[in-house]
Design a protein around this ligand. Sequence first.
Ligand SMILES: C[S@@+](CC[C@H](N)C(=O)[O-])C[C@H]1O[C@@H](n2cnc3c(N)ncnc32)[C@H](O)[C@@H]1O
Length: 363
Amino acid sequence: MATLQPSGEVKPTVPRLHLAFAGRDELLARELVDAYPASSHRTLSPGVFASDLDANEAALPANLAFASQCLVRPTLLTAASVSQLARQSFDALLDTLKHHEGSWRLHVFTHPDDTPPVSPRRCVLVENAIEELLHKKQRRLERTRVKDSSPATAEEALFQVLALAPDAAYWSVTLPSDAQVVGDVVSRFPAGIAPVHDDMRPPSRAYRKLLEAELHLGERIGAADRCVDLGGSPGGWTFIAADRGAHVVSVDRSPLRDDLMEHPRVVFERGDAFRFVPERPVDWLLCDVAAVPERSLAMLDTWLGARLCRVFCVTLKLKGDDPFAAVRDTRALLMKHRARGWVRQLAANKNEVTVFGTALRRV
Ligand SMILES: C[S@@+](CC[C@H](N)C(=O)[O-])C[C@H]1O[C@@H](n2cnc3c(N)ncnc32)[C@H](O)[C@@H]1O
């Protein structure tokens, strides 16, 4: 596409991009304006926003901390019944995926999770009805559909239906060609929520943050990995790592739960987590210290600068006056070290975000 400038010069332009985001209501509303100041945004329903991205801002890869899921070019559907909604979604799906040869996923969901505007049961019924139509009329797409939450391939497409009222939903298709712009905010998990199962064994519920980050990252702590867990007490993250067979040095001013203090693969070091430096690089840096974000980021800067870890997962507390400052500083830090990483408010994060990623070698 090209436009004629007043000078007579023909200048190529990037088309405007329509997106819808689902996430934390007030924080996401503010983050959209902060990240895309020249674009227009409006509320579709609590926690769901439509953004009409200015052409220049649309060219920037989106990486939002408070968006759990993103719908590319959302289109409104109105339908009085489950079967009508399924039928219309199916028609849209056929039309948009008819030339798509790779695998694809189907997500039917509502938002937000805690006060859903549509019963989750209705979403399951719509998904089942779409599945039935696929089985009857589209065996090719039925065969290429991915139903688990395994990591996405570069050739994969995602068809989403976001139900916002019993008679209204948005559908959206994300094609492999969209990945460069929205690859970091379109999640392979329905509604963008990585499924973490309850586990009564760790000594704290903080373990959920680490499991969620691992799922988003597509990397898991494995047997024989070497980990450092800063601010490890009472030991939720240390438990997960040791349980997988990894070796953990856990640093805190307070001790771990008794069984972890005696665990053969756990070494506890009492002291200031921010002063700890490993003797040699480790696989995973874990840090869940409750501290001002500047301290946690300075620590991550040191670790990445000295190439002390391969993978990192660090919790950052948010400051009330400017919750986006920590997010902006984190993005700058990831760029500085050319690390592949995300800063996101996970479902298990309260007044905090988590930065997780892999440290890449400099070329
Ligand atoms: C949120 S808790 C960590 C929970 C842990 N990740 C788990 O899964 O059980 C934060 C921990 O940071 C520790 N902490 C805070 N400041 C610290 C510091 N400067 N050095 C060491 N530990 C610190 C606290 O003692 C506390 O145990």
